[in-house]
Design a protein around this ligand. Structure first.
Ligand code: FEH
Ligand code: ZN
Length: 342
């Protein structure tokens, strides 16, 4: 089968012919119908995040498809079933795995990253049926971005509800795939009005389309001041930084009101600095948030299946176009999410 594999950091993905996987006991093999291209894939390919357990590695951690084969003992899915695939696989025995947060495992086996080969391929081996979420009405290629672009903001938002007060605004920095689902989910789950910041006019227009009430162009030289003016000087109740650079983290901290919360989701390599009576108000909480767990994925998919969470804009591209996709995503030329359809 064809698979897009990384052979060296800084190199291009290579389309290799590799064996079709077969399922052992308790395991499942999918025919991949959708594999989202995440900004984290850029960081991995470029070597900014040297997290791969081995190379060559087939990337793709945001996957969905149809069951092609099941191993002995698998009884929750059967051949032909459409499914989305939780990708934060763990080793199964550490505190995080046994408490339902495999994505935080001490020895993570994330699909397409630190564990098995990912979904930029015709078939995907899944080590246990518990990682599969059955789709009812959603097409797999539409559901794929829910696995990361929606799941990641969903976890961060549901863990911040105590800070999200509908009589205060919330700040979203970075309106890529995750930020777009973040805006939608904030409107659904918190009712707060959303201020969106991005350096792309197109993405700011998309932010408004998805429910942002105010937008601020991140290329300006008064961004923090504009955000404060939009909150009448009070600051936002929470800031979600989907970029994670020094500048965006500083903006998030400066914009957050006393007793508010800053959440870092983006992995651009920045560091947050909180200095009271300098860039931070009083008792501001700072938290990083990473991906989501199996139960949270089931909840996000239920929101999408019910129509409450509508899909963001998607582009679909064949496996053969994956290096062009890498270039376009890196250049910021993609508005929503690109889904590879092998
Ligand atoms: C992917 C690869 C490495 C670190 C983090 C990620 C996230 O995109 C997973 O949601
Ligand atoms: Zn991702």
């Amino acid at each position: 089968m064809q698979a897009a594999r990384l052979h060296a950091y800084g190199g291009a993905l290579v389309l290799d012919d590799v064996p079709v996987p077969t399922p052992g006991p308790g395991e499942v093999v999918l025919a991949v119908e959708g594999a989202g291209f995440c900004h984290s894939d850029i960081h991995v390919i470029d070597g900014d995040l040297q997290v791969l357990s081995r190379m060559p590695m087939t990337l793709g951690h945001e996957n969905a498809g149809r069951v092609a084969a099941v191993g002995d003992g698998v009884d929750t899915v059967k051949e032909g079933d459409p499914v989305a695939v939780f990708g934060g696989w763990g080793e199964g025995t550490c505190d995080y795995c046994v408490s339902g947060n495999e994505q935080l495992c001490v020895a993570p086996r994330w699909v397409g990253i630190t564990g098995g080969d990912g979904g930029f391929a015709e078939f995907l081996h899944v080590p246990h049926e518990r990682y599969l979420v059955r789709l009812r009405s959603l097409q797999p290629k539409i559901a794929a971005p829910l696995v990361d672009a929606a799941l990641t903001p969903y976890r961060a938002i549901t863990r911040s509800l105590d800070a999200l007060q509908p009589d205060h605004k919330v700040l979203v920095i970075g309106v890529g795939g995750l930020g777009q689902y973040g805006i939608k989910l904030l409107r659904i789950l918190s009712g707060c009005e959303v201020i969106a910041v991005d350096v792309s006019s197109g993405k700011l227009a998309t932010a408004v389309q998805y429910g942002a009430t105010d937008v601020v162009d991140g290329r300006g030289d008064r961004v923090a001041e504009e955000v404060m003016e939009l909150t009448n000087g009070a600051g936002v109740c929470a800031s979600f930084d989907f970029v994670g650079s020094d500048q965006t983290l500083d903006l998030a901290v400066r914009s957050t009101r006393t007793l508010g919360k800053v959440v870092q989701l983006g992995l651009a390599g920045g560091s947050a600095r909180l200095k009271v009576l300098d860039n931070a108000k009083f008792e501001v909480r700072f938290e990083t948030s990473l991906w989501g767990n199996i139960k949270e994925l089931r909840e996000v998919i239920a929101l999408a299946e019910s129509g409450v969470l509508s899909p963001i804009e998607m582009e679909f591209a064949p496996l053969t176009a994956i290096n062009d996709v890498y270039r376009r995503v890196k250049e910021g030329a993609v508005d929503g999410r690109v889904v590879i359809t092998p």
